[in-house]
Design a protein around this ligand. Structure first.
Ligand SMILES: Nc1ncnc2c1ncn2[C@@H]1O[C@H](COP(=O)(O)OP(=O)(O)O)[C@@H](O)[C@H]1O
Ligand SMILES: [Mg+2]
Length: 609
């Protein structure tokens, strides 16, 4: 990991290490200068009671010069380390979020949103955390080698003290980080879980509040937050044990130097200058050596974070795009065909069996035609819609557009040809205009209004305080469910798709408006070519507009034909449509549709399914 960091930012790393080595050299130099000043200036001054001006000035200049160089070293190291750390974090945040968008829906189904957030945030941060002290640690290693060499040059007995203390310090750091590893990994995992629970309970705030589950949700969160607290306290406790030991060891070294040094001084093997230099060296070494400990202590957490980041970066299940481009010069409607498609969702956990959701599904949406997909809940209608726009790939069989397998199309060709309007509308926290254009080329205000008209949304948008510039709030909170649905429909229409897939996309819209929308899509007022439409529908008025109805039950196509044919020949179909109609009528009675103002005013009551 550290190798990867250095490979990615070699120049900045070099600057930081150079700064750190300069600092380390100056630490050693300062010890000898202080020793020199004591031996050559202070001791003579005490013995003779006077000191020469020249010696004093020289000592001051030497100390000042070393301090300046130290400052330069610290500056280079800190700046380099900061640049390196934050650049790596930003780069990997970008890579992780990009990867999220590349990974298929199946992968997203298996991974909680909270986990994704913590992968991109705290895991990336943790992964590159040791980069901050890394140049310091590398510089310190160089400094330790320099210190041992200079000790040997001074006196072998004092060097032996160094050889005992430095490896002991190093070993203590290694033991420390070994012990720390599992604790840090646990804390990191709990961080992700806590953010996962928090995300889920905010996301489901409506359910939590209306079902009166505040206390239980809080307890669920508190439980995991408590575990995180205990894990972090365990980390702190270990730190509390080892930190003082790491502080004390160099002090013991200084003590040993003074004892051994005093003996050597008496023997005449060294002089005062040398003794003071070495004793001072041990004192000033203590702090930089800690940098090695910082790196080692952060490594476990970093590795845990990196493992989680790498799981995202290395995740498989890409749905590679092909190279075929459908002729964009022909804005004619496209023909969609399913050929003997089988599909099943992957199990939530690898050891569980997956379930077959669709089998032997074959049907065609001829160019310019509207096909309604009707079936009970859970029969596989949304799955068929996902396959039609290649959110998922079939296990066997093919889905083709104008005879070309969807897997062979380029991303741009696919996105430019088909559009899915899903059951649950998603609106970005932006203006109405931005939500419809999504920055796609060639969609000006005129096209936006045309799309809004087709989606029967021009009325309410015109009535909004700032029109197209109105901010819709996070997830479109300032809009009703039906308004949101029509906005997402307009978004799909603005791209002039050649195949439009509507998955119960107008369920929250007044039934009459829904029929009006579909009628408008089939025969655009501007005389343009209609798109081919695959529509998941419940309401009789909507279904009746379709050229053909495909009736699915338990993932199989049970019958196909016109609405009238199916009503007459398929008992299950008739039952279903009648049941939906009754439910709709009951709703109509309960909601006072009488008070509905003209449909285009934007004030109509929304039916919430
Ligand atoms: N992401 C998923 N993971 C596993 N099973 C799923 C998933 N989505 C849907 N299913 C299952 O697939 C079947 C068909 O679902 P769906 O296509 O949503 O039906 P419909 O839209 O007709 O109500 C259901 O049994 C449902 O439980
Ligand atoms: Mg569905």
């Amino acid at each position: 990991m550290l190798g990867r960091a250095i490979r990615e930012q070699p120049r900045i790393f070099a600057v930081a290490v150079a700064g750190s080595v300069l600092f380390g050299s100056m630490v050693i130099a300062s010890a000898y200068v202080v020793g020199g000043v004591v031996g050559k200036v202070v001791v003579p001054a005490i013995e003779r009671g006077s000191v020469t001006r020249g010696a004093l000035a020289l000592a001051a200049a030497a100390l000042f010069g070393i301090s300046v160089l130290r400052v330069v070293g610290i500056f280079g190291r800190r700046l380099g380390a900061g640049y390196m750390q934050y650049r790596l974090q930003a780069a990997y945040r970008r890579r992780v979020t990009r990867r999220y968008l590349d990974l298929p829906l199946a992968w997203h189904h298996r991974n909680a949103t909270g986990t994704l957030l913590s992968n991109a945030n705290s895991d990336v941060e943790a992964a590159w955390y040791p980069i901050a002290p890394l140049p310091f640690a590398v510089g310190t290693l160089v400094m330790l080698v320099g210190a041992v060499v200079s000790l040997f040059l001074t006196d072998w007995a004092l060097a032996l003290v160094g050889l005992a203390v430095f490896p002991a310090l190093f070993a203590l750091n290694v033991v420390y980080s070994r012990r720390m590893a599992p604790r840090q990994a646990r804390a990191q995992r709990l961080r992700a879980e806590v953010s996962g629970i928090a995300h889920e309970s905010f996301d489901g705030a409506l359910v939590v509040k209306t079902m009166g589950r505040e206390a239980q949700e809080t307890a669920r969160f508190a439980g995991r937050a408590g575990e995180l607290r205990d894990a972090l306290i365990a980390v702190g406790r270990l730190r509390g044990v080892f930190d003082p030991m790491l502080e004390t060891l160099p002090s013991l070294g200084t003590l040993a130097v003074l004892v051994v040094g005093a003996i050597r001084l008496n023997q005449g093997a060294i002089d005062v200058t040398e003794l003071v230099s070495v004793a001072f060296l041990f004192t000033v070494l203590a702090f930089p050596v800690r940098a090695i400990g910082w790196v080692l202590a952060e490594l476990p957490r970093s590795v845990a974070g990196w493992d989680r980041v790498r799981r995202v970066l290395d995740a498989t299940g890409d749905m590679p795009y092909g190279t075929t481009v459908l002729d964009p010069a022909a804005p004619a409607p496209a023909t969609l065909a399913f050929h003997d498609v089988h599909f099943g969702y992957e199990p939530a956990e690898a050891h569980l069996p997956g379930t077959q959701v669709l089998g032997e599904v074959s049907f065609t949406v001829p160019a310019g035609r509207t096909v309604a997909l009707v079936g009970p809940t859970g029969s596989g209608k949304s799955t068929i819609a996902s396959l039609a726009v290649r959110l998922v790939d079939p296990h066997t069989g093919t889905v083709t557009l104008d005879g070309v397998d969807l897997r062979e199309l380029t991303a741009a060709s696919l996105a430019g040809t088909v559009a899915l309007v899903a059951q649950v509308p998603f609106v970005f926290d932006d203006t109405v205009r931005a939500n419809i254009t999504l920055d796609r080329a060639g969609i000006g205000d005129e096209e936006v209004w045309a799309a809004l008209r087709l989606a029967e949304a021009d009325g309410f948008v015109a009535a909004l305080p700032d029109g197209l510039d109105t901010m819709v709030g996070e997830r479109g909170t300032s809009l009703s469910g039906g308004q949101r649905q029509r906005l997402t429909l307009a978004r799909a229409l603005a791209g002039r798709p050649r195949l439009l897939v509507l998955d119960d996309a107008t369920s929250a819209v007044d039934p009459r408006v829904e029929a009006a929308i579909l009628a408008g899509l089939r025969a655009p007022a501007d005389g343009g070519a209609p798109a081919s439409i695959l529509v998941v529908a419940y309401r009789r008025a909507t279904i009746a507009l379709a050229d053909e109805v495909i009736y699915v039950e338990q993932g199989r196509v049970l019958a196909r034909g016109t609405h009238a044919e199916l009503l007459a020949t398929v008992p299950g179909y008739a039952d279903l449509v009648t049941a939906y109609e009754q439910a709709e009528q009951e709703r109509e009675q309960n909601r006072t549709y009488d008070e509905v103002t003209p449909l285009t005013s934007g004030l109509e009551i929304e039916v919430d399914r």
